[in-house]
Design a protein around this ligand. Structure first.
Ligand code: ADP
Length: 249
């Protein structure tokens, strides 16, 4: 069986700028929940954009990214985007309609579903995102946490088989973070979560990939890696509180 996500020696440079990804390789099995961690500028967001074919320069030539065994190319974009749901870091990039209903319905509408099926998907997605009955609300009047849930509902409404999240818990208060973790735990599909929230990684992810300066510098079981104080310090990360009592060696 093909991996849900496979990345082979992925390299990427923005224009004439620095090389954001310098030969990244990893694979994620179906149903796994994997954390992607690393300091600012490590290349996490650039990597996630590749999983949805969002950097046109990378769609030319041979692909280094495979989703369920399908190479991500200009020809497969439609299929890949149906499978991979990407939640952006900034909700304002993803919300642009006057009502929550319209925002969440946008994806299913692109799939060409009937009006009734779209309504059903929106109702279910709002419930799964923990904001049932929010259809008529105005997204720009919602709190940061509620906006993020609307975005999550929009992604879930397309029924992806892989969920890719960029900093899902940033700017949430402790209760918002707790609730988000619960929601994510209850979504039983393959997940890749880029985050600085290492407590979230400990609670949700069985495995982590550490990225620094565009390279994978470590990958392995969460507790083993995150309790390795030297590794964490070398890459400007911090051993999570929940693992303070553990010593790896
Ligand atoms: P992270 O998500 O880990 O913070 P990014 O993927 O955002 O890292 O950035 C990786 C590198 O690519 C950084 O050096 C950053 O400055 C550069 N970069 C990111 N986006 C752009 C862009 N649109 N144009 C040029 N350089 C960029």
């Amino acid at each position: 069986m093909s991996a849900a996500i496979e990345v082979r020696d992925l390299r990427f440079r923005y224009g004439e700028g620095t090389e954001a990804l310098r030969g990244v390789s990893f694979s994620i099995a179906e149903g796994e929940c994997v954390g992607l961690i690393g300091p600012n500028g490590a290349g996490k967001s650039t990597l996630l954009l590749h999983l949805n074919g969002l950097l046109p320069e990378s769609l030319k030539g041979e692909s280094s990214v495979f989703v369920d065994g399908t190479p991500v190319t200009a020809d497969t974009l439609h299929e890949v985007r149906r499978k991979v749901g990407l939640l952006f870091q900034d909700a304002n990039d993803q919300l642009f309609c006057p009502t929550v209903f319209e925002d969440v319905a946008f994806g299913p509408q692109q799939l060409g579903l009937s009006e009734a099926a779209i309504r059903e998907r929106v109702t279910q997605a709002l419930a799964r995102a923990g904001i049932p009955g929010f259809e008529a609300r105005a997204p720009h009047h919602l709190s940061v946490g509620e906006k993020r849930r609307v975005c999550l509902a929009g992604v879930l409404a397309c029924e992806p088989s892989i969920l890719v999240l960029d900093e899902p818990s940033s700017s949430l208060d402790p209760r918002g973070r707790r609730e988000l973790k619960e929601l994510l735990r209850q979504i039983p599909i393959t997940k890749l979560i880029a985050t600085h929230d290492l407590e979230l990684v400990v609670e949700l992810c069985s495995r982590v990939i550490v990225l620094d300066e565009g390279s994978v510098v470590a990958q392995g079981p969460t507790v083993e890696l995150l309790s390795d104080e030297d590794l964490m310090l070398r890459h400007n990360l911090e051993k999570p509180h929940a693992l303070r009592h553990l010593h790896p060696h």
